[in-house]
Design a protein around this ligand. Structure first.
Ligand SMILES: C[S@@+](CC[C@H](N)C(=O)[O-])C[C@H]1O[C@@H](n2cnc3c(N)ncnc32)[C@H](O)[C@@H]1O
Length: 232
């Protein structure tokens, strides 16, 4: 087992860390912006300095576990990977820790992108959203796109961006993303239908959907969905 499961006890054993209140408030604010837009981005801009630190303290293991699953599929450490909805860069840091040397970041929060630059995990930084519009990224650029903590979260990323993600991934490349259990409650059927429609089109294959520990402070798990791009 390469994914991480241990720190549930460590967060609880030490009592409620001070930052928990700050993180609760941030989450509440995010969920109060179901339409996304500038209001949501401002929350991420404002929290970028503390996001990684607080998340680590509270046992946010989604990024580490997504990177662990990605490294099972992408074995070439020089492969070009896009961290989509990269935020303050936790997935990039985990991929760097695993030896990946060519990871780009994409996120609409400029302050989060600027913060992520401190860790030197990324090659390129793209300030943009993933939705129905075409990004500046050329066709067939990435061996994999990874995305943590964004799919299905109100005002964040939805299945509407699937065609754009497929466009930028090379044939036989992978798209891996997390879906938290709280998000799945609402999204499960819609997400499965969207994945299936593109499978029927021959755009991709569903390889697996695996439960991992996601956020120990909130006792949350997530599914890591793994899709292989066909383009045949
Ligand atoms: C909960 S954070 C996750 C950040 C990082 N992936 C992590 O796991 O730490 C969600 C991120 O999604 C970004 N986001 C929101 N809407 C987006 C969209 N339409 N396309 C791409 N990113 C988006 C936000 O700016 C924010 O940085």
């Amino acid at each position: 087992m390469t994914t991480q499961e241990a720190p549930v006890e460590s967060v609880e054993a030490e009592g409620r860390p001070d930052c928990w209140e700050r993180f609760d408030a941030y989450r509440k604010e995010v969920y109060a912006h179901p339409d996304g837009g500038q209001g949501l981005l401002k929350i991420y801009d404002n929290y970028s300095e503390n996001y990684n630190k607080d998340s680590v303290t509270l046992g946010y293991l989604g990024p580490a576990n997504l990177a662990a699953v990605a490294s099972e599929y992408v074995t070439d450490k020089g492969a070009r990977i896009l961290d989509a909805a990269s935020g303050a860069g936790m997935v990039g840091e985990e991929l760097k820790r695993r030896g990946f040397t060519c990871v780009d970041a994409l996120d609409p929060s400029q302050d989060s992108i600027d913060y992520s630059k401190r860790h030197h995990s990324y090659t390129e930084h793209i300030c943009d959203t993933l939705d129905e519009h075409q990004t500046k990224i050329k066709d067939d650029q990435y061996e994999a796109v990874v995305m943590c903590g964004a799919f299905g979260v109100p005002g964040h990323v939805t299945d509407i961006c699937f065609p754009e993600i497929i466009r930028i991934i090379k044939p036989d490349g992978y798209f891996l993303f997390t879906v938290g259990d709280h998000v799945l409650e609402k999204w499960s059927d819609k997400m499965d239908a969207a994945i299936d429609a593109l499978k029927q089109n021959g755009a991709w294959e569903l390889i697996e959907s695996r439960w991992v520990v996601y956020f120990t402070a909130y006792n949350e798990r997530a599914k890591v969905v793994v899709l292989r791009i066909n383009k045949k």
